[in-house]
Design a protein around this ligand. Structure first.
Ligand code: FAD
Length: 460
């Protein structure tokens, strides 16, 4: 059965990268995204090698009118980077990275993964703040904001973004920075893929590591209420160099942890001190003294090892469902919900981190970028997960119930942690003034909503 239409044939004549059609040997592998519960069949997968390919694929999409999906690392929780029918622009071949160690900047193309960027920047003892799993795509993470282990010291990923090159819905190539197309630069820093396809990012870099004082400290999950009450006081007085998160989970079966502890329910504080090892050790000491840990892996280690710490816990292909909310503070009520939802975990792969925000993030004015969570205190991510379809519904329900229990206390949500939750929640992520401004920008750059497979901001 041939799926090659005359339009696809015309695209083929104008395309340098690979075009992969249903039925071809690599099609099923290439249509996969990180979340195994998402199973879609694009009409054609266009593996773009540069701006010319992106323009050709967009021209094809405009001619045929089908959906356009854009994929960086493929880690969108709800699977926005794939589609049924239409065209999937797979940017994975765009792997170029160039570090300028003198100016302390890096240029990275749209197919780069977080670990690939760290590898190049750490060769010079430098880094830009990004996320906590190395196989996440740099593009999608950056366009939503970008939280991670360096954020309290150096801000979000977008706070270190200097410029982008972007192809618009019409196929124009634009640069956006504080000085050029400044409205667009404001919008892409939090507004996701709504305004065009970013082909290249330019970041500011900072000296980091290469050895940092970092890692997890674990206590039995029953300690959670006491630990969270201690933790909320302790973090009021920690320096910005220290970023932490609290995680509730069953200990994963990974080689770095003794096998007799696998499956034990724990509350974990994960820490990264982005400064001297000695000071980091001193700053974390009171936490370690809170109560004797069940397991303490917080110690000097290569920054790149810290960045890979969660890679085995969240691999490609498992089934995932996530619900997320921000809260301003860990009040008694929030602590009670947090501890109860930890004890309610009923599967070995299900877990939830609570990220501590603030620091440099909160010092950027709220209207300087489109990111909506500058005033948030903590981000909760309830992640229900299974190896496959078996038992998935139960874990999804746990995530929904957890989110519901936290709902009365929530103060917003980070757009990159939304699933498909409707326009109201997207508004919640930005707040009304920013959302309205984003809608006007969408009207200017993508009035026909060609780029709608994202946390969509429809044009006015
Ligand atoms: P994709 O699925 O490829 O794309 C996501 C969205 O971005 C889609 O709408 C897509 O169309 C759009 N997009 C992708 N590339 C481009 C481009 N070049 N131009 C325009 N639009 C584009 N977030 C954090 O902030 N910090 C974390 O620590 C963190 N950890 C995570 C760990 C895991 C395991 C996962 C699954 C997600 C994590 N996230 C984190 C959330 C992450 O930021 C989002 O899932 C993000 O969308 C992933 O980017 P991607 O390129 O892999 O996504």
């Amino acid at each position: 059965m041939s799926t090659i239409t005359p339009e696809i044939q015309a695209l083929g004549e104008d395309f340098r990268g690979e075009l992969v059609h249903p039925g071809e040997p690599s099609y099923d592998e290439l249509r996969k995204v990180w979340n195994g519960s998402i199973d879609r069949r694009p009409g054609v997968i266009a593996r773009c090698t540069g701006v010319a390919d992106i323009r050709a694929a967009l021209a094809y999409a405009r001619r045929t009118g089908g959906p356009v999906a854009v994929r960086g690392g493929g880690h969108s929780f709800p699977g926005h980077s794939t589609c049924d029918g239409g065209v999937l622009l797979d940017l994975a071949p765009l792997k170029g990275i160039r570090v300028d160690p003198v100016r302390r900047t890096a240029r990275a193309q749209a197919g780069v993964l977080l670990g690939e960027l760290d590898r190049e920047t750490q060769a010079f003892g430098l880094a830009t703040p990004a996320g906590i799993v190395t196989h996440t795509g740099l593009a999608g993470l950056t366009l939503g904001g970008g939280i991670g282990w360096l954020m309290r010291k150096y801000g979000l990923t977008i706070d270190n973004l200097l410029s982008v090159d972007l192809v618009t819905a019409k196929g124009e190539l634009l640069t956006a920075s504080e000085d050029v197309n400044a409205d667009l630069f404001w919008g892409i820093r939090g507004g996701g893929g709504n305004f065009g396809i970013v082909t290249e990012f330019e970041f500011r870099l900072h000296p980091v590591g290469p050895i940092v004082y970092a890692g997890p400290i674990m206590w039995p999950m029953t300690e959670s209420p006491r630990l969270l009450r201690f933790y909320r006081e302790w973090i009021t007085d920690i320096p910005d160099e220290l970023t932490t998160a609290v995680m509730h989970r069953w200990i994963p079966a990974v080689p770095t942890i003794p096998s007799e502890l696998h499956g034990v329910p724990v509350v974990v504080v994960l820490a990264c001190y982005a400064g001297s090892i000695e000071v980091g050790e001193r700053v974390v000491a009171p936490l370690k003294a809170f109560a004797p840990p069940l397991l303490d892996l917080c110690a000097p280690k290569p920054f790149v090892d810290l960045q890979a710490m969660f890679d085995l816990s969240f691999p490609h292909g498992r089934w995932y469902y996530m619900r997320s909310s921000d809260v301003a503070e860990l009040t008694d009520d929030v602590v009670d919900v947090a501890a109860a939802r930890g004890l309610a975990i009923n599967g070995p792969l299900t877990s939830y981190p609570i990220f501590h925000l603030g620091g440099a993030i909160s010092r950027v004015p709220a209207d300087a970028t489109a990111y909506g969570g500058r005033a948030s205190g903590h981000t909760f991510n309830f992640v229900g997960s299974t190896y496959g379809p078996e038992g998935f519904e139960e874990q999804r329900q746990w995530a929904r119930d957890s989110w519901q229990a936290l709902e009365p206390h929530q103060s917003g949500v980070y757009v990159n942690f939304l699933t498909d939750e409707g326009t109201g929640r997207i508004r919640d992520a930005y707040g009304a003034p920013t959302y309205d401004r984003l809608q006007a920008l969408k009207q200017k750059y993508d009035p026909n909503n060609l780029f709608h497979l994202n946390q969509n901001i429809p044009p006015h």
